[in-house]
Design a protein. Structure first.
Lengths: 197, 194
């Protein structure tokens, strides 16, 4: 801006600059509740060094963070706490679900564990692994930078429906009419359909 | 295994002395009727007590016995005996005791039925407070005389006791908010207690 208030840069250029600044200074709010938290420390440490991607300034206050890095098992009792932290973060904000537990509940399909944090908040990037290797987390951060840049669309995270899950487990293309007539997805699982040859 | 035993020889010797002492003093005579001594696969002694009253008497005696001095509660837990492997009663409460001076270990087991309750050990060891709350939370075993018997791990609005065998393992009860954090002996209103 010049002294009389008139803009010397075009809004388009400003938007690009804002994107560039945001993607290269992602301040993560770490939420490490189990072994993934240890791996996250390795990512932030000097060996893997997340600061190469501008995301090393770990803020333990949600007001100062852009990126919520959920690493670990979230119990149903912890879920309201996590949701509060997400609500306290200022826009724009992004979420990475690191590891099997925060993505889907992992092996803890029990009475006390939330089956994936996408039940309570939108998730941008899921990192598979138990725990994920540090390279996986770095890949997630780079992927998130691409999302912020606009190269990849920001898809709102939705919990897959029962049918989606069944499709994923079939190891084949999503159900077309042809396949759907030979197999039927019900609440009980996949049952042979009534296709007349 | 041989080496492990050789390394643990002094401990095994102490444990043998403990067992002979228990046999002499606590497992014979009219007062100790109904108590039973058994050994697990690692040859560690286990005493089955007759009932809750007997448990308190035995623990108080063991605490001040010169040869045992079992003055430390290592852990307090329970297990569901639904398949009736260990007697006819539904639950078994397990007390692991340790002596800080004699360095011996002893396990005491108390069988508790569905409608029965166990005596509290908070009068002897204040540390039993939270452990008994955990047992109550997970199994629903009541402890008589406990100062603050409410859930410790699950939400206080949770129904059922998840470590009971009949509890469906995937039955979740998520709540949209947390109850306010509170400490103290009995912060909840009387109507909400238990």
């Amino acid at each position: 801006m010049s002294k009389d208030g008139s803009a010397f840069a075009y809004p388009m250029v400003l938007a690009e600059a804002a994107k560039w600044a945001r993607k290269n200074s992602l301040w993560p709010m770490p939420f490490g509740t189990s072994c993934c938290g240890i791996e996250m420390m390795a990512v932030l440490g000097s060996h893997y060094d997340l600061s190469r991607f501008g995301a090393e300034v770990v803020r333990f206050s949600p007001r100062q963070a852009d990126l919520l890095l959920v690493a670990g098992t979230i119990t149903t009792k912890m879920a309201p706490v996590l949701r509060t932290i997400y609500d306290q973060m200022l826009e724009p904000k992004w979420v990475i679900a690191m590891g099997a537990c925060s993505s889907s509940g992992g092996i803890f399909d029990t009475y006390s564990v939330l089956q994936g944090i996408d039940e309570i908040m939108p998730v941008d990037v899921y990192v598979p692994g138990c725990p994920p290797i540090p390279e996986g987390v770095i890949h997630a951060v780079i992927h998130l930078q691409n999302i912020i840049d606009g190269n990849i669309d920001r898809v709102p995270a939705e919990k897959p429906t029962h049918e989606d899950a069944m499709n994923a487990m079939l190891y084949r293309k999503p159900m077309t009419k042809d396949i759907a007539s030979s197999w039927r997805v019900t609440q009980q699982g996949i049952v042979p359909g009534t296709r007349k040859e | 295994m041989g080496n492990a035993y050789a390394e643990n020889a002094p401990f095994m010797k102490r444990q043998t002395e403990l067992v002979s002492r228990l046999n002499q003093k606590y497992l014979q005579g009219g007062l100790s009727e109904g108590r039973k001594l058994e050994f697990d696969k690692l040859n560690e002694p286990i005493i089955w007590v007759r009932d809750g009253k007997d448990l308190i008497t035995l623990i108080k005696m063991l605490q001040h016995d010169d040869a045992c001095m079992l003055d430390y509660l290592s852990s307090l837990t329970a297990y569901d005996n639904k398949d009736k492997v260990d007697g006819l009663k539904r639950f078994v409460v397990v007390y692991n005791l340790f002596s800080t001076t004699k360095h011996v270990r002893l396990r005491i087991k108390l069988a508790v039925d569905l409608e029965e309750s166990a005596p509290t050990l908070t009068t002897i060891w204040p540390a039993a407070n939270w452990l008994e709350r955990e047992v109550w939370d997970m199994f629903g075993i009541k402890f008589d005389g406990h100062p603050n018997l409410r859930r410790i791990m699950m939400d206080e609005r949770f129904t059922g006791h998840p470590l009971r065998k009949e509890y469906p393992i995937k039955q979740r009860e998520p709540f949209a908010d947390n109850i306010p954090f509170h400490l103290g002996p009995n912060p909840l209103p009387k109507s909400e207690k238990l």
